[in-house]
Design a protein around this ligand. Structure first.
Ligand code: IDP
Ligand code: MG
Length: 156
């Protein structure tokens, strides 16, 4: 099982999309193991987006992500990182396919509804910025035997 970090960005919270966006991940079968609302301060934002320092959009991005509350979520599942990224759609709201979160809920290239870690290395760096180990909840969904095929012994 893989873990990933998802952030519902300030535009999602302001547009009252929290419930609808969380359900996209839930209904796919990804398990929520951490969830909270918070405001990111500048230090946290700069840490999250350190790879983008120096790029033309960096300043605006830091301002945006710290401008209003966000909802942060830790998800778990087989291939959770790539599945979540595909549910999100392409980076720019203007280019994201209909049916994806960004395709359905964002039209802007910067105010694009969600952040999702893009690799195991990013998860290892980003998840601990937002969740302490004790904030992540281990639990077994009641329907897990219908979410994955266990007929071969291991989930598929
Ligand atoms: P990602 O969120 O799909 O991983 P990144 O390239 O990592 O995309 O960029 C991080 C965030 O920075 C984007 O989600 C978006 O909010 C913003 N961003 C990226 N590229 C641009 C741009 O060219 N103009 C404005 N904002 C951008
Ligand atoms: Mg990225």
């Amino acid at each position: 099982m893989e873990r990933t970090l998802i952030i519902l960005k300030p535009d999602s919270v302001q547009k009252r999309l929290i419930g609808r966006i969380i359900s996209r991940f839930e209904r796919k079968g990804l398990k929520i193991i951490g969830l909270k609302m918070m405001k990111a301060d500048e230090a946290l934002a700069k840490n999250l987006y350190s790879v983008h320092e120096g790029k033309p959009f960096y300043g605006k991005l830091i301002k945006f992500i710290t401008s209003a509350p966000i909802v942060v979520m830790a998800l778990e599942g087989i291939k959770a990182i790539s599945i979540a990224r595909r549910l999100m759609g392409k980076t720019f709201g203007s280019e994201a396919e209909p049916g994806t979160i960004r395709g359905d809920f964002a039209v802007s290239n910067s105010f694009n509804a969600v952040h999702g870690s893009d690799s195991p290395q990013s998860v290892a760096r980003e998840l601990p910025l937002f969740f302490k180990p004790e904030e992540l909840v281990e639990w077994e969904p009641a329907d897990i035997k219908w979410v994955y095929d266990f007929s071969g012994g291991t989930p598929e």
